[in-house]
Design a protein around this ligand. Structure first.
Ligand SMILES: [Zn+2]
Length: 945
């Protein structure tokens, strides 16, 4: 044993002789005693020292259990819900014994602070004096940011074991809620892999700094970034956390990360979401920032504030608390995760896991001390957040939001369900009502109109305590600070003047700039400047469950008629045909059961199916919210298409494969996986080698998610491309999204005839640059944000859009510098904006869409020319009467001009099959749902048209 260790030490010295001297001093985690001897230190259970190895989730649970058992006077564990991989998430409450003894009462008193209509300011003052503050300390939302995870056990131990005066002060004045693992499944993937390959090597090229595609512990089970999910609340972890959050109503929330090369804590950078109340928010960020700075200075640690970390997109786990009245903050440490146990910085010094843990530990403890010191003020401001929201309602132009369920009853109910998770009060109108100043969502700064809304419309009045959160997630558009916009436009203008081959300036966007929930979901909505009293019923869980339910009006003799009224309808049809039931679709107006139905209505003929069809239809329609009509005669009263008509075409069962490989964007793949799973649609993930080797033999649908076009090309190779072409001409349907679509449009691939605007083979591009043959077909790719070219360098910011490539390679192609003569001829990548797409309602791809225009997200510079050979199902009008931009940031003089006359969804029939291009992810973050029907249609109607 001893010899081995000595040998290792000598070998280690030989290798890291230079680096060792650069390593920071070993931090001592146990200087803040006296410690209660009966409370075990984490290391006594783990059998390794802090930062020497990575702790698995189950080991951590044992540590926390043992500490809680030894310190029941201070520690109480709450189970808050399971993950997809059956791990339990825990919230560990730690406080002084007298607080633990009355913890339920404290929770009740704190909840009273959230409703200024029933709790007066003086009552709130009393509560502030008599109850501790609630501090939400969350760790490891990105499962591979491992220093955060290890830190959490040290914080729990310190609070449970120490009798140090400062620690006792924290216990007395706060209830610290430690969320021990925000993303247990991702963490477990990462540490299991890392522990199995790591040698503690600081070389950036060592294997331990390169997580394989199938590991990527940043994401949860479905490869969602949980730190973007508080808008649509799609994932179990988010749902668990939000439920717990609403039960505790914290006044402070810290989300502990670990991605950059340097420690970060607030104050934050621009843009700051204008809904956050000022100067209150910035004042507290400054208080906490200065406290942390003092502690870091004392340790001689460097760090940064502001820089790139903003507070704009409302779906982060610092913004969600902030929009609920807490001070929400992101802390980023500088080691662990992809940097592993040891990692070489750009100046040759070594970042260690232990040092990264130490910094998080000091920041956590400092923040808790600060909260304890100022808890009365913090609690009063927490109350004031909602009290002011209610008081300032009169000044707010936006008084009410009305959401109409007609276009998709189920999807509208799902949106309302999200709002109810945050205790937003919603009413359903019991009779029609009017507004004299209603604004539609499909235009920014639209003129107000008079409008009557039908009974059943959802009403969200802003005259309620959650006004600020409501406004932040439902307003049509959220303006960015002028200084921020001007700065980025100035960079853009400088870039336009920069010659080919010159490096371009990066932009300051972190994430999407448009997210308005009605637009993202694609449900019809209005906001109004008036809010007359309307008869309605409060929307409860039961109301929502009922709204999501479907019915069948009897047992059919001849056929079931299934109108395409919800996104879930096509999902139900895919399920049915995958279960070998025989389904057909009317391609013309159908007359059945005494009325007309539009093209795209589904027909299930009784005699063509097994007897079980009746029960299956009843069950699925109820579960999936699909209303079904039973037809008892085949006779049509008018027209030429009845249930037995020739224009009613039989569907084929889609046998779906999805590319799952190194070139694929994790979140894109995950969002499709999650969507299929939630509807129970079967598919097979397949890697590119298997596809090249004949893996598609038994499949008729292949989905190529967003990803790197160049890597797709190198993995498929020309032989693989030939395989794809043959498979399509033999009847396969190839569906591509974003980078997958760019791959399809590459000159050397040619799976589509559409060209990217600004690419080499784009014939409509300006003529000034004709002599300059550019190396590869590429518009300016996806935002540079996060697409670091240095593989081993962790991404610069965890908050960045699409910052999550396995190897840091851009999902698009290398950017091509546009020479000044070429200014504004190449689309500048959009940071995520919502645009107006026009629907061609004559193609099967848009069956089920009754609107002429729908809002779609664009988060790239990939603009596709109209296909001349195929069908352009969703387009950006060549001569729009209104601006194409609905919400979010666009590049003046560039975006709108170049977007006109391009297509968002293209269908080209090739031989016996189809290639269907989507310019974007169809289910971005599970949030954008306006193109669900075209996407499902491309799957469901494979082989039919
Ligand atoms: Zn992170």
């Amino acid at each position: 044993m001893k010899t081995k260790i000595l040998l290792a030490v000598f070998l280690g010295l030989a290798f890291v002789q230079f680096s060792l001297s650069q390593t920071e001093e070993k931090f001592d985690f146990y200087t803040r005693g006296e410690y209660r001897a009966n409370v075990p230190r984490p290391q006594s259970i783990l059998r390794f020292d802090v930062g020497d190895f990575h702790t698995t989730y189950a080991q951590m649970e044992k540590v926390v259990d043992e500490i809680a058992k030894a310190a029941p006077d201070r520690v109480k564990i709450y189970d808050i819900g399971m993950t997809n991989e059956h791990r339990m998430q825990h919230l560990v409450a730690i406080s002084a014994p007298e607080n633990i003894a009355r913890i339920d009462e404290i929770r009740t008193q704190t909840a009273r602070l959230t409703d200024p209509r029933t709790t007066s300011a003086s009552e709130a003052n009393t509560i502030a004096q008599n109850t501790p503050a609630i501090a939400w300390m969350a760790y490891t939302i990105h499962g591979n940011e491992s220093a955060s995870f290890e830190t959490m056990m040290q914080v729990i131990y310190q609070l449970a074991a120490s009798n140090e005066p400062a620690t006792l002060d924290i216990l007395k004045n706060t209830i610290t809620l430690v969320l021990v693992g925000e993303n247990p499944d991702g963490h477990e993937r990462f540490v299991t892999w890392y522990n199995s390959v790591a040698t503690g090597n600081a070389d950036r090229n060592a294997i331990e700094h390169r997580e394989p595609w199938s590991i990527q512990g940043r994401f949860n089970h479905y490869r969602f970034n949980l730190n973007r999910d508080t808008l649509a609340v799609t994932q179990k972890e988010t749902q668990n956390m939000m439920k717990a959050y609403m039960e505790w109503n914290p006044q402070l929330a810290v989300d502990h990360h670990g991605q950059p090369s340097q420690y970060f804590f607030p104050p934050v950078a621009l843009p700051i979401n204008p809904n956050l109340p000022q100067p209150m928010t910035n004042r507290w960020l400054d208080i906490y920032g200065r406290a942390n700075a003092k502690a870091f200075d004392a340790n001689k640690w460097d760090y940064y504030v502001r820089d790139v970390f903003d507070a704009f997109y409302p779906g982060y786990w610092d913004m969600y608390p902030s929009l609920n009245g807490a001070i929400g903050m992101t802390y980023e440490t500088d080691g662990g995760g992809s940097k592993g146990l040891r990692w070489t910085r750009d100046d040759g010094s070594i970042a260690t896991l232990r040092s990264a843990i130490a910094k998080h530990y000091v920041a956590s403890m400092t923040t808790l001390e600060q909260t304890a010191k100022t808890k009365v003020e913090r609690i009063k401001d927490f109350y004031g957040f909602r009290a002011n929201a209610v008081n300032e309602y009169a000044k707010s132009k936006m008084k009410r939001v009305v959401i109409l369920p007609q276009d998709d009853r189920v999807k509208a109910a799902e949106l309302i369900e999200v709002l109810r998770r945050s205790n937003i009060e919603v009413k359903a109108a019991t009779s029609p009502f009017s507004s004299n100043s209603a604004h539609g969502y499909m235009e920014r700064n639209s003129k107000s109109v008079s409008k009557t809304f039908p009974a059943g419309s959802y009403i969200i009045d802003l005259n309620q305590p959650q006004r600020i959160l409501i406004k932040a997630i439902l307003e049509q558009d959220t303006p960015q600070d002028k200084a921020f916009v001007d700065d980025n436009m100035a960079r853009f203008n400088r870039n336009q003047r920069r010659g080919k081959g010159q490096a371009k300036e990066d932009y300051g966007f972190y994430d999407i700039t448009a997210w308005s929930m009605p637009l993202a979901y694609g449900v019809e909505a209005f906001w109004t400047e008036d809010a007359a009293n309307v008869a309605g019923t409060a929307v409860t869980d039961d109301y929502i469950a009922n709204a999501k339910r479907g019915t069948v009006n009897g047992r059919a003799q001849i056929a079931y008629i299934i109108p395409y009224e919800t996104d879930s309808t096509s999902a139900m049809m895919i399920k049915l045909v995958q279960q070998d039931f025989r389904i057909a679709v009317a391609t013309r107006t159908l007359n059945a059961a005494g009325r007309n139905w539009p093209a795209g209505t589904f027909v299930v003929r009784v005699t063509r199916n097994a007897d079980t069809i009746h029960d299956v239809i009843t069950k699925l329609s109820r579960e999936m919210g699909v209303n079904v009509t039973a037809a008892n005669t085949g006779f049509s009263e008018e027209g030429d298409t009845g249930v037995g008509g020739e224009a009613v075409r039989s569907l084929q069962a889609p046998k779906i494969a999805i590319v799952a490989d190194e070139a694929v964007d994790q979140e894109s793949y995950g969002s499709i996986w999650w969507t299929f799973d939630r509807y129970g649609i079967n598919f097979t993930p397949m890697n590119i080698n298997a596809i090249r080797g004949g893996g598609l033999r038994n499949y008729n649908v292949l989905i190529v998610p967003d990803g790197s076009a160049s890597r797709y090309f190198s993995l498929f190779g020309s032989a693989g491309v030939t395989t794809l072409k043959e498979w399509v001409s033999n009847g396969g349907t190839l569906i591509t999204a974003r980078g997958g679509s760019v791959f399809a449009a590459l000159k050397d691939v040619g799976l589509t005839t559409s060209k990217l605007v600004g690419s080499e083979d784009d014939e409509q591009k300006g003529k000034a640059d004709d002599e300059k043959k550019q190396p590869e077909a590429a518009a300016s790719p996806t935002p540079k944000m996060g697409d670091k070219n240095q593989p081993a360098e962790p991404e610069p910011s965890p908050l960045m859009l699409k910052s999550d490539k396995a190897d840091g390679i851009s999902p698009g192609l290398p950017p091509i510098a546009s020479p000044s003569a070429n200014a504004n001829k190449v689309p500048e990548a959009l940071p995520g904006s919502i645009m107006r797409a026009t629907v061609d309602r004559t193609t099967y791809l848009t069956y089920g869409l009754e609107q002429d225009e729908i809002p779609v997200l664009l988060a790239s510079g990939y603009f596709f020319r109209y296909s001349k050979e195929g069908t352009n199902a969703l387009v950006f009008d060549a001569t729009p009467k209104r601006p194409l931009t609905i919400s979010g940031f666009v590049w003046e003089g560039n975006t709108e001009n170049l977007l006109k006359g391009t297509a968002y969804v293209i269908d080209e029939a090739t031989g016996g099959g189809h290639v269907v291009l989507f310019a974007e992810d169809p289910f971005f973050r599970g949030l954008t749902r306006s193109t669900t029907r075209p996407f499902f249609n491309s799957v469901l109607f494979s082989g039919v048209f």
